[in-house]
Design a protein around this ligand. Structure first.
Ligand code: NAD
Length: 313
């Protein structure tokens, strides 16, 4: 039985990762300050005596990592509306937070995995995006609080690996979706589902031709687990290489829900990337990983979850 420390464990992705490790018989310490996550995300596991939920802000030093084997650093506001309303907190989680957790990992001799993002590629000029592409980021635009915090976290993780002997690595996660996303978190999938189930127009930014690639959460969890076990430094892209335009996605969600909603075009946010498409050759070759869940299956599962949880919508 290993002991894992998952920061941001009460969030969307963190709660799924926690569930996975508990189901494998491991012990999990979830560290979270509930800035964007909730205790409700962990409610079904709290009776498990291998789970400990620790309320803590990762921008402060963490002293309880002594017997930890693995640290996965997920703590950070992650959806655009969250990081735009929490800019300083986002920069803190990706700078001070990463420093403290890397120090904790080195002291404990633990494996450290930094959850980075496709946002490090900014509005990319290269498609698909391989890990060798350095990105196209506006360092002072509104989204920079997230993009640059993650880029700094990557630099810090690479430096601790090179100079402090840390067993540290980076995964770059592309858009991920699944149950437990908040209906109001501003990301396209939960927003469209909430709107479709309420019979409201689906608000598509711009003309809806901008694309994303959407990976179901179980596949991302499997990718993180494999990367953690690999000991690799990364960065490794984790995402689904199937591209979908935002207009197509809205139409798919209307079709699957059977909603009578229409599409309404709204203003596009600043620095909104035109295309996002992962090159996952490295993950395929190094980790033997690729997504298994199709977008249609994944959407059907999330729609069912939102139907069963009307309080979230
Ligand atoms: P989320 O907002 O649901 O979860 C983030 C969690 O971190 C929340 O529980 C929040 O309360 C916690 N947190 C934030 N600041 C904290 C702090 N200072 N101290 C302690 N806890 C703090 O977001 P998510 O979608 O689950 O994303 C998790 C991680 O994965 C983030 O680091 C994000 O950048 C990364 N990521 C997610 C996606 C995605 O599509 N979901 C894509 C790329 C990268």
């Amino acid at each position: 039985m290993a002991t894992l420390l998952i920061t941001g464990g009460a969030g969307f992705l963190g709660s799924h990762l926690t569930a996975h490790y508990l189901s494998m018989g491991h012990r999990v310490l979830c560290v979270d300050n509930f800035l964007t996550g909730t205790r409700a995300n962990l409610a079904e596991y709290v009776s498990n005596d291998r789970l400990e939920v620790i309320e803590h802000d990762v921008t402060l030093p963490f002293s309880r990592a002594g017997d930890v084997d693995v640290i996965v650093h997920l703590a950070s506001p992650a959806s655009p509306p969250d990081y735009l309303r929490l800019p300083i907190e986002t920069l803190g989680a990706g700078s001070l937070g990463t420093f403290h957790l890397l120090d904790a990992a080195v002291s404990a001799g633990a494996r450290f995995v930094m959850a980075s993002t496709s946002e490090v590629y900014g509005d990319p000029a290269v498609h698909p995006q391989p890990e060798s592409y350095w990105g196209n980021v506006n360092p002072i635009g509104p989204r920079s609080v997230y993009d640059e915090a993650k880029r700094f976290s990557e630099a810090l993780t690479a430096a601790y690996r090179r100079h402090r002997g840390a067993d540290a690595g980076i995964v770059r996660i592309f858009n991920c979706f699944g149950p437990k996303m908040r209906g109001d978190d501003g990301r396209a999938v939960p927003t469209f589902i909430r709107q479709a189930l309420a019979g409201e127009p689906l608000t598509v930014a711009g003309d809806g031709s901008q694309t994303r690639s959407l990976c179901y959460v179980d596949d991302i969890v499997e990718g993180i687990v494999r990367f953690t076990e690999s000991g690799d430094g990364g960065p490794v892209n984790l995402g689904n290489p199937e591209e979908v335009s935002m207009l197509e996605l809205a139409e798919e969600i209307i079709a699957i829900t059977g909603s009578a909603s229409s599409v309404e075009f709204v203003e596009r946010p600043p620095d909104d990337p035109e295309r996002r498409l992962p090159d996952i050759a490295l993950a395929r070759n190094e980790l033997g990983w690729e997504p298994k869940v199709t977008r249609a299956d994944g959407l059907a599962r999330v729609i069912e979850w939102f139907r069963d949880h009307p309080e979230v919508v």
